[in-house]
Write a protein that binds this ligand. Structure first.
Ligand code: ATP
Ligand code: MG
Length: 635
């Protein structure tokens, strides 16, 4: 068979499915254990799985201490803020000191093993110290994206019931100071649960009044505690490392709970096999610590692999669209991780910003979080001259489900496809109505994972096993499989294509269309920068597709005539490439699309507005004016 997928990879992948115990036992050697495990996986109570049973381990030891012992002076954490114009570089030894000081502060604040610490922080080194300090003493962190409003924060405080909250006076976004303390104080006021201590990092950006008896000053404590030794707390492999919410794209966010041992092994393995990151090199993820990418690939993954992690506070376009690439050049970044939404932002700027830097250190750019449309992928691949690898996964899984494993074999990327199932995942495409497994190429179905989920994936929904089973494992008739809620197809070469979320499937007169297919087609029009397609209820056809597009140059639709002409061109394009059934009823032009704070299109909100319904929970909506534009258009 002439397959673009290398035989080395196929053998590697097959072994992970045929001999999971042997495969994962081998991966487990990538990390240090204080006590070795007795059993690889206990799946006796499906759909729950416990990995590396009997083993005792610590994430902070694996991320910090073991490297500090061998290579104390190597860079571990590089922080650059283009918001406040500051930089700091911490070696592994310095990082260990800072984490121990922070751990001592948590202990003094009464935090013990299993206690929760809520972290509400901007992108500053102290946020990473706080996460690692929790890991060190066996506390469970719950990071809430900095800048979430009071109600969202209050809900999360009540869910996590933290003993302590770590926060800062303010963040900064696009050069504007965003005070956090007033949001935090208000959240604590409306929450039922009351933390006993709030540890405040004062950046001097926004003056605040400490609450007597509750608020602690980080700088004062650090001055006293730096140099204090706090040993790592060895934890059972299945102890809880953290809880984290999903992005809330489809509704109420779910509190994902993750273990320690399985996560450590999964991340170490992914750094080696997928990202090809090596100790001593620099990894740059442009995400935020508030999201799963920030957890796995700003903080834990690179450090576990002994790499320096570059943490950037700022946007991709300030002071100009060359900033990330200057950082790649300066810090000799070898692996970079970003999101399609960022690539689309860059695409609106001069390509020379990317081209004029020496990017010779960079091997691969990975993009994840949203469908990577072909025009964007081609643009950035051309700008950088590097492989662009799409990465498909979820907060729930913690590491990639579908991608190409650069560290195992250099498979060829196909535009529009994140690639193939990663080792350990038993992927099946199912007919969601019958539960039948789809085996033919190019059949569209629900992307599912047969249990047990591999190491690193969620253990359960925080404090709600029942919701875990009901939400993820009960969607398909007759089978208990994990549903990703995404719709996909597999081509004849075994590459997968994500067609959209299963709730975003548009049903036009009985034809089921993925929102993604139509979006991809429209995004291929040279004038279009970005587009969202939703299904809108229609008395005749059941649903019709409606499109909202952002133009590269808004002048393109400045007059009604120009807009109409462009709309006609786009509709003809859909007719030609997909067929008339996929043709949207309208293509309307906006300057901004409604997105979550993590940069995902909020199609459900657009759909609700188009159908004149209540858009529901908009707590994760980034810029409300985007939804208002759509409201104004549909009347
Ligand atoms: P919620 O589950 O709360 O509705 P969410 O699904 O957006 O929010 P995340 O866990 O942040 O929360 O995102 C995972 C989802 O993002 C995937 O299920 C998929 O829909 C989408 N996604 C992630 N990566 C890709 C990718 N490379 N291509 C296409 N879609 C992707
Ligand atoms: Mg989801």
């Amino acid at each position: 068979m002439n397959s673009p997928i290398d035989a080395t990879w196929r053998a590697f992948h097959q072994r992970s499915l045929d001999d999971p115990d042997g495969f994962w036992a081998e991966q487990a050697r990538l990390v240090d254990w204080e006590r070795d495990f007795d059993q690889i996986c206990d799946a006796s109570r499906p759909p729950f799985a416990r990995w590396f049973v009997g083993g005792r381990i610590n994430l902070c030891h694996n991320a910090v201490d073991r490297h500090a012992a061998r290579r104390p002076d190597d860079a571990a954490l590089i922080w650059v803020s283009t918001e406040v114009g500051q930089e700091r570089v911490y070696s592994f030894a310095a990082l260990k000191d800072e984490v121990e000081a922070m751990a001592a502060m948590l202990r003094e604040g009464g935090v013990g093993v299993g206690d929760r610490v809520l972290i509400y922080m901007p992108m500053i080194p102290e946020a990473a110290f706080a996460m690692l300090a929790c890991a060190r003493i066996g506390a469970v962190h719950s990071v809430v994206f900095g800048g979430f409003a009071s109600q969202a924060l209050a809900d999360r405080i009540d869910d996590a019931e933290p003993v302590m909250i770590v926060s800062a006076d303010a963040g900064s976004r696009g050069g504007k100071v965003v005070p956090y303390k007033p949001l935090l104080d208000e959240a604590i006021r409306i929450a039922s649960h009351q933390p006993s201590r709030v540890l405040m990092v004062d950046r001097g950006l926004s003056a605040f009044q400490p609450v007597q008896g509750r608020d602690l000053d980080y700088a004062a404590l650090r001055a006293r505690l730096l140099g204090t030794r706090v040993d790592c707390e060895w934890l059972p492999s299945d102890a809880i490392s953290y809880t984290l919410y999903t992005s809330g794209t489809t509704g109420k966010p779910k509190g994902v709970q993750r273990d320690v041992g399985g996560y450590a092994v999964a991340l170490a393995a992914s750094m080696k096999h997928i990202y090809e990151g090596r100790a001593g090199e620099t990894f740059f993820s442009t995400s935020d610590i508030g999201w799963v990418v920030g957890h796995s690939y700003i903080v834990y993954g690179p450090l576990i692999a002994g790499m320096a992690t570059l943490m950037h506070e700022g946007t991709p376009v300030l002071p100009d669209a060359g900033i990330w690439w200057r950082l790649v050049e300066r810090f000799k970044v070898t692996v970079m991780f970003s999101a399609p939404t960022a690539a689309r932002v860059l695409k609106k700027h001069d390509i020379e910003h990317l081209k004029r830097h020496d990017l010779s250190s960079l091997r691969t750019l990975f993009l994840a979080g949203e469908p990577l449309d072909e025009p964007t992928a081609r643009w950035i691949a051309d700008a950088l001259g590097k492989p662009i690898i799409d990465n498909y996964w979820q907060t729930e899984t913690g590491w990639p489900i579908l991608t190409l494993a650069r560290g195992v074999a250099p498979a060829e990327a196909k535009f529009g496809s994140p690639g193939v199932p990663m080792y350990g995942y038993r992927i099946e495409l199912l007919d969601e109505r019958t539960g039948e497994v789809l085996t033919e190429p190019n059949q569209k179905g629900l992307l599912t994972i047969a249990g047990p989920l591999p190491p690193g994936c969620m253990q359960t929904v925080w404090r709600d096993d029942e919701r875990f089973v009901r939400t993820y494992w009960s969607g398909v008739p007759g089978r208990q499989v994990y549903s990703t809620f995404d719709w996909a197809l597999r081509d004849e070469d075994g590459y997968y294509f994500i067609l959209g979320r299963s709730d975003d499937v548009i049903n036009v007169a009985g034809h089921r269309l993925g929102s993604r297919e139509i979006e991809e087609c429209i995004a291929g029009h040279p004038a279009v920068a970005e587009v969202a397609v939703v299904g809108v209820a229609d008395a005749l056809k059941g649903q019709v597709a409606t499109a909202f597009a952002v133009l590269k140059d808004p002048a393109g639709a400045a007059t009604p005539e120009a807009a109409l002409r462009l709309e006609g061109e786009i509709l003809r394009r859909v007719d030609q490439l997909l067929g008339a059934v996929a043709r949207p009823s309208r293509v309307r032009f906006v300057t901004l699309l409604p997105k979550t704070r993590s940069g995902k299109l909020l199609r459900r909100a657009i759909q609700a507005v188009c159908e004149h319904r209540d858009p529901g929970d908009l707590i994760t909506l980034d810029d409300p004016s985007a939804l208002q534009q759509i409201r104004d258009l549909v009347g």
